[in-house]
Design a protein around this ligand. Structure first.
Ligand code: ADP
Length: 233
């Protein structure tokens, strides 16, 4: 479903943000992308959303090399992805229902269907009883559930989450990761960027670790270097 073939990206002449990255993510996988600050995680995210094009190499998502998508077609490509961010990015002047409905309004779904879909998704994320609340009336964990509901309502094949638990306490973190896990079990490929190694350790999923733009580890669970680091913390 996703193929990186020798992908490099330079923001300026001398330094690689990611270098010679080759990886495959298959449909239905649940993957953590980890690494210290500056490792290249956000760059990888932006390459996938086509905010950035590789300096060299190619990226195939679904059937196409996304570096060839024309500017006009980028919005259509992005509709196939669900995206979730650390800072939620909710519309502060709209309530929970409206925030989620908005994602369907922009693609022209009719009002009757929108209502049906939004209620279904709010039930899934456990926020049916908060439909009329405004974002400022919600906890961080609840805001992230709204953001996830909005990200999945158009049934994307891939859900990309950039530090989705970065602003949350441990209990909300576990709830959000549990929700992302359920979404994955329902068939969506889930890719989560995080630097929360304790979380990654608990989950025992596939982990791709970047270090200074290079892929240094790709397997299930944490690598020994990180495990040792956590032990000595
Ligand atoms: P991470 O998300 O893992 O913290 P990034 O992908 O943001 O890492 O950054 C990778 C490298 O690219 C870092 O050295 C960072 O300083 C550099 N970088 C990121 N964004 C830019 C930018 N817009 N311009 C120049 N350098 C950048």
């Amino acid at each position: 479903m996703i193929r990186f073939n020798k992908v490099s990206l330079k923001y300026d002449k001398d330094t690689y943000a990611v270098q010679d990255l080759s990886l495959k993510i298959e449909e239905g996988e649940f993957v953590f992308i980890v690494g210290k600050t500056g490792a290249g995680k956000s760059t990888l995210f932006k390459l996938l959303t086509r905010e950035l094009k590789p300096t060299s190499g190619s990226i195939k998502v679904f059937k196409d090399n996304i570096e060839y998508i024309s500017n006009k077609n980028i919005p259509y490509y992005r509709r196939k992805l669900g995206v979730v961010f650390q800072d939620f990015k909710l519309l502060e002047d709209r309530n929970v229902y409206e925030n989620v409905a908005f994602a369907q309004e922009v693609i022209g779904v009719n009002a009757f269907k929108i209502k049906k879909h939004v209620i279904k998704i709010l039930n899934l994320v456990g926020l049916r009883n908060k439909a009329t609340k405004m974002p400022y009336e919600l906890s961080g964990g609840e805001k992230q559930k709204v953001a996830i509901a909005r990200a999945i309502i158009n049934k994307p094949k891939i859900l990309l989450a950039d530090e989705p638990t970065g602003n949350l306490d441990e209990m909300s973190t576990n709830e959000i990761i549990g929700l992302l896990n359920t979404i994955n079990q329902n068939g969506t490929t889930v890719i989560i960027i995080t630097h929360d190694m304790h979380l990654v350790e608990r989950m025992n999923k596939r982990v791709i670790r970047l270090d200074e733009g290079n892929l240094v580890y790709d397997d299930y669970g944490l690598d020994n270097q990180i495990k040792n680091y956590l032990k000595n913390e």
